[in-house]
Design a protein around this ligand. Structure first.
Ligand SMILES: Cc1cc2nc3c(=O)[nH]c(=O)nc-3n(C[C@H](O)[C@H](O)[C@H](O)COP(=O)(O)OP(=O)(O)OC[C@H]3O[C@@H](n4cnc5c(N)ncnc54)[C@H](O)[C@@H]3O)c2cc1C
Length: 422
């Protein structure tokens, strides 16, 4: 794989036969997650397809000309023409493979697949998810000299990695950039001696056999599995949602409200957390506009009464967000009146989204540990689930408060418990 710039684009890409190009940026976690997958693909497909990287920040005109608007973006060319839709954002290895295979003949694809040898490894413990809960479990297990692997579908760090600043994690006098805290924790976990398999595709997880298949190729078997897969916000499915997550769109008032002293913010949602968090944000912001698609809140009566009577809170019932755009240091939310379909922009300093979280448990299929009504995994006080040798820690667990400190506490408890059992 070779790095080129716009001066070589014509020669290397447009006249280069079969080519794939990665437009990447710095300080871009999905770009870092893609880099090892792209490298691995270049190793496998490199004699049939040319692989190039282009640094987007220094080749802006070319990127714009090609319609590249986010990083990373992969473009696929054959004889100077794009053969398929570009892919961008959190790119899965399987999506790249599907596009590369489509550029080759069936015989060529078969010969590449032949060269891919299935891999098999065994560990005492496999940790699934490398947020603060999984990393902490890893640190304890590594230091206890227990043969452990930490597997993450993205880069380690979890939500920490996308949080602008973290000021309530003990041990730091000043607020820490979330990505630095993620870096410290993951380096500490690596140095404890555990194996990392990150930015991989999770092909399947069988909690009964305690077997995890990654990248469709490598089977990992463990005596015990710690589930630390966290949560995902329920998606709004509107433009700008992915781009501005953690960069104008916040999902945690405890964490971010303090950065909005005397500012205007919008809160999206109408359930308990939206109304209660909006009330909390009024301690800092000068105005809070709640945008809720229905005509009334679905929250506890006391919170509703307080919110409706609060001088700093304005409520736009019957409205929903249709998209987000950054306007210099402000966020523009395009809001739609649900009844009339009329849209208008709402300019605020920040936007908080509370339309609910969901636990990341899809990967376990139907063989899930016992869960609460919302799908969060039930554990005992040593973080054991009802399934033998399966533990769960962090935000994926059924509990009242979800913070980094509570996640690291769970990771600690599970690791000590596991260490004693092994
Ligand atoms: C925007 C934002 C800001 C926040 N700010 C703060 C703050 O300032 N202070 C604070 O204390 N808390 C904060 N929180 C809450 C805190 O980040 C979480 O409570 C904490 O990260 C939970 O840790 P976790 O390890 O359980 O899960 P996560 O941090 O969610 O990590 C889960 C990990 O699992 C991986 N994963 C998911 N599915 C799979 C799978 N199928 N296979 C393998 N890996 C998988 C993910 O890629 C991720 O790395 C914030 C939350 C958000 C959303």
């Amino acid at each position: 794989m070779t790095e080129i710039d716009s001066t070589l684009f014509e020669e290397k890409v447009l006249q280069g036969g079969k080519v794939v190009v990665d437009f990447y940026s710095t300080e871009c976690p999905p770009c870092e997650a893609l880099a090892p997958k792209f490298e691995a693909m270049a190793g496998l497909y490199g004699d049939k397809i040319s692989f190039y990287k282009i640094f987007r920040q220094e080749n802006r005109a070319l990127a714009e000309q090609l319609g590249v608007r986010s990083s990373p973006t992969l473009l696929f060319f054959e004889n100077g023409v794009q053969t398929t839709e570009p892919i961008s954002g959190g790119i899965k290895k399987s999506d790249i493979i599907a596009r590369l295979d489509a550029m080759l003949t069936p015989d060529e694809v078969a010969s590449i697949k032949c060269r891919q040898k299935p891999l098999f490894s065994e560990y005492d413990v496999a940790i699934l998810g490398g947020g603060p809960a999984g990393l902490t479990a890893g640190i304890y297990l590594g230091q206890a000299k227990i043969n452990t692997v930490l597997i993450d579908s993205a880069l380690p760090g979890g939500y920490m990695g996308i949080t602008h600043q973290i000021s309530n994690y003990p041990g730091f006098e000043k607020p820490q950039p979330g990505f630095m805290l993620a870096h410290y924790m993951s380096e500490q976990a690596k140095q404890s001696g555990i194996d990392f398999k990150v930015a991989v595709d999770i092909t399947s997880v069988d909690l009964r056999k305690k077997e995890i298949v990654i990248d469709g190729l490598e089977t990992i078997r463990a005596k015990k599995i710690i589930i630390a897969t966290g949560t995902s916000p329920n998606p709004m499915n509107v433009p700008g949602e992915k781009e501005y997550k953690g960069k104008g769109l916040s999902y945690c008032a405890t964490c971010d409200a303090k950065y909005f002293v005397d500012k205007d913010v919008a809160v999206i949602g109408g359930g308990n957390s939206a109304v209660e968090e909006a009330l909390f944000i009024t301690r800092f912001a000068k105005k809070v506009t709640i945008i809720h698609r229905s005509e009334k809140f679905r929250a506890n009566e006391i919170a509703i009464e307080q919110a409706l009577a609060h001088p700093k809170i304005e409520v736009l019932f019957g409205h929903r967000p249709k998209g987000f755009v950054r306007k210099e240091d402000k966020m523009e939310t395009m809001i739609e009146n649900v009844k009339t379909g009329e849209t208008r922009p709402l300019l605020t300093d920040g936007v908080f989204v509370f339309i609910g979280l969901k636990p990341n448990v899809e990967v376990f299929g139907s063989h899930l540990p016992e869960s609460d009504d919302w799908g969060y995994i039930l554990t005992d006080d040593e973080m054991r689930t009802n399934l033998p040798d399966i533990y769960a820690v962090g935000d994926v667990v059924s509990k009242k408060f979800r913070q980094i400190t509570t996640a690291v506490a769970d990771g600690t408890i599970a690791a000590i418990s596991v260490s004693k059992e092994l």
